[in-house]
Design a protein. Structure first.
Length: 290
């Protein structure tokens, strides 16, 4: 029988690949060509773009605070991108919510000794699907502040919006807010009702973000490019307009298919992704079908 010592490296890779299901092979290969790129936001704050949610990074001599961590196969690339900014210890990781494109690297980072923080609800949901090393070690139900590098990193829980475990992370001294997936510039709101998200909570959370931000605040969305308070206001106004249009259709007895056919999102469809998921959640909540 061949052993690892006498099996050629190429043959070993072929043997492993052939043992994988097509789905597993795709899952491993889909990240091979992903580049993780660091972008400076303001002061000591950067964000990393790769595949998945934007990663926030605050650097300084006392250590590094990360916000979210994309997918597990990208951890080495993510750490390398951070090392291009700073060689300080990665001390804290805050999850903005439960989704795998924001928490997939938890297990890897947890095993590296990084302290993971999140809402209570995030740990509960992760515990149902993840190993112990991937779970937040410190959870919170009220706002908390990390005092590091002479500044404050403030994590504030929200009403159920994108999910029931959302938080905004406010780098107060640098005037930067990481908004998680409550705000995104690439598409309509994703109201994940299966994980506790709500339309009314989304509207409330966007109002909270507008209230937290000042005229010069930079806002890192869960997906997309850094934005301003005015950008969030436009996004919030779009949500309110669509909500009002769907509510009027529902009041008139329209079915879901009739709501879709009326195209209540028409003027924004060219710049945002498929509105179907958004309209499904809006209709379900307004029509009481969820």
């Amino acid at each position: 029988m061949k052993t690892l010592s006498n099996l050629g490296y190429g043959a070993l890779i072929l043997a492993v690949a052939s043992a994988l299901s097509p789905a597993e092979a795709y899952a491993q290969g889909r990240f091979d060509n992903v580049e993780v790129v660091a972008h400076h936001v303001a002061g000591s704050v950067y964000y990393l773009a790769g595949q998945g949610g934007n990663i926030g990074v605050s650097v300084g001599e006392d250590g590094i605070v990360m916000i979210d961590d994309q997918f597990a196969p990208l951890t080495d690339k993510i750490v390398a991108a951070i090392r291009g900014i700073s060689n300080a210890e990665i001390r804290f990781l805050i999850n903005t919510h439960v989704h795998g494109d924001h928490t997939g690297g938890n297990e890897n980072l947890g095993r590296m000794g990084v302290l993971i923080l999140a809402r209570d609800e995030v740990r509960v949901r992760l515990a149902a699907q993840s190993p112990e090393d991937a779970l937040p070690v410190l959870t919170y139900s009220d706002a908390i502040t990390i005092h590091l590098n002479g500044g404050e990193v403030h994590a504030a829980p929200l009403t159920p919006a994108h999910t029931d475990g959302d938080s905004y992370i406010h780098f107060r001294d640098d005037d930067v807010i990481h908004a998680g997936d409550v705000f995104r510039t690439t598409g309509y709101p994703y109201i994940d009702t299966a994980n506790g998200g709500t339309l009314w909570g989304t509207i409330d959370a966007l109002a909270t973000l507008i209230g937290l931000a000042g005229p010069n605040t930079l806002i890192v969305p869960g997906h997309g490019n850094p934005s301003t308070r005015e950008d969030v206001m436009e996004f919030r106004d779009m949500v309110l307009t669509v909500k009002d249009r769907v509510a009027a259709l529902v009041a008139g007895g329209a079915s879901y298919d009739e709501v879709v056919a009326a195209r209540p999102t028409a003027e924004w469809d060219a710049g945002l992704d498929d509105p179907g998921r958004f309209l499904t959640a809006v209709y379900a909540e307004l029509a009481g079908t969820d």
